[in-house]
Design a protein around this ligand. Structure first.
Ligand code: XIL
Length: 330
């Protein structure tokens, strides 16, 4: 029977954002803004190797425990980011050169970490950014990382196998960037992501979804048709899709706040067109919530000296138009 006007056929797609523990502790407005806006709240850095494993013998679960339990106590869900990444690994880890030892560390890391949070995280980014940034320079489709140099490409199936064992109920995600833009370089990245999914499946391993980070350069062009194809191809493999780290990188947009936000509205709108066209996403998540705090300003500042505007809420926690438009689509 027909649904009444405005009714939904299904529960809305959850909206989420990544939170930082130090600000969670020090800034009550920041903390509250996540409760005001999010269905899902995830630790931004607290589950990464450097924060969790400052030494080989330590597992610093405290900060992530606090964030995840606070989210849950407030009826929000959470997810895990991430076991395998190339960036910021502790020295003790990257000093290991024996593949047998590296494999032991990886398996133990995932067993202990996924085991500790079992039942509290709906999904895990099992591997993050393993696709080569420049395939020519890294000598193949995979990024040249300590993990690859030490363990070879099998560090990816090892991580998925161990994650499936340690938390059978969490959805296992391959997370990567530059999967939404137009051009041959991005077509190639989408192909590599699909190849990785197929290789895992051919090896009898479980992979539940691909995470498109969504760090959106507002001077780049999104390719919604290619995103739609990507989503359909994943669906045909029985694999889901979600946006995990949306923010807008605006250092190439001339003008002031209005021009910057208008460009952001276009790039986010095109991104969501492509995201929803292939299959229904499992979640739509931004990398932070307010312009007050973002890695974008630290790593990709604007050359005119004006502050970047990457996130759905401005520095005074006022929602931008693109936030309202985004919420209307979920
Ligand atoms: C970034 C955080 O936002 C920063 O606070 C931290 O210093 C470095 O990492 N892709 C990712 C994220 O997968 O983990 C990165 O997060 C941003 C790029």
């Amino acid at each position: 029977s027909a649904l009444p006007p405005g009714a939904r056929a299904a529960a809305p797609v959850p909206f989420g954002a990544a939170i930082q523990f130090n600000l969670f502790e020090s800034d009550p407005d920041y903390r509250q803004s996540f409760l005001d806006r999010c269905d899902l709240i995830l630790p931004m850095n607290e589950l990464k190797f450097p924060m969790l494993r400052p030494t080989r013998d330590s597992f610093e679960f405290g900060p992530a425990d606090q964030l995840v339990d606070w989210a849950r106590a407030n009826g929000r869900t959470s997810r895990g980011h991430t076991f395998v990444w190339h960036d910021g690994n502790p020295d003790w880890l990257e000093r290991i050169s024996d593949p047998v030892e590296a494999e032991m560390v990886l398996r133990e890391h995932i067993q202990r970490t996924a085991g500790h949070f079992r039942g509290r995280l709906q999904s895990w980014d099992v591997v993050n950014e393993v696709i080569a940034h420049e395939p020519r320079e890294s000598g193949g489709p995979l990024r040249d990382t300590w993990w690859r140099r030490t363990l070879g490409p099998r560090h990816i199936p090892i991580a998925f196998a161990e994650a499936a064992r340690a938390d059978p109920d969490a959805r296992l995600v391959l997370n990567d960037y530059d999967l939404e833009f137009r051009g041959a370089r991005y077509d190639a990245r989408r192909r590599v992501a699909l190849d990785l999914v197929r290789q895992l499946q051919d090896g009898g391993l479980r992979i539940d979804a691909v995470g498109i980070q969504g760090h959106l350069y507002s001077h780049f062009e999104i390719d919604p048709e290619a995103m739609a194809r990507f989503g359909r191809d994943l669906k045909a493999l029985g694999v889901g899709l979600l946006a995990t780290e949306i923010d807008v990188i605006d250092f190439q947009v001339p003008g002031g706040p209005e021009e910057i936000d208008r460009a952001a509205e276009t790039v986010v709108g095109d991104f969501l067109d492509g995201l929803f066209a292939g299959q229904r996403p499992e979640a739509v998540i931004t990398w932070g919530l307010t312009d007050r705090y973002s890695w974008v300003g630290d790593t990709m500042p604007r050359t005119d000296g004006t502050p970047v505007r990457p996130l759905p809420l401005d520095a005074a926690y006022r929602p931008k138009r693109w936030y309202d438009l985004l919420r209307q689509r979920l």
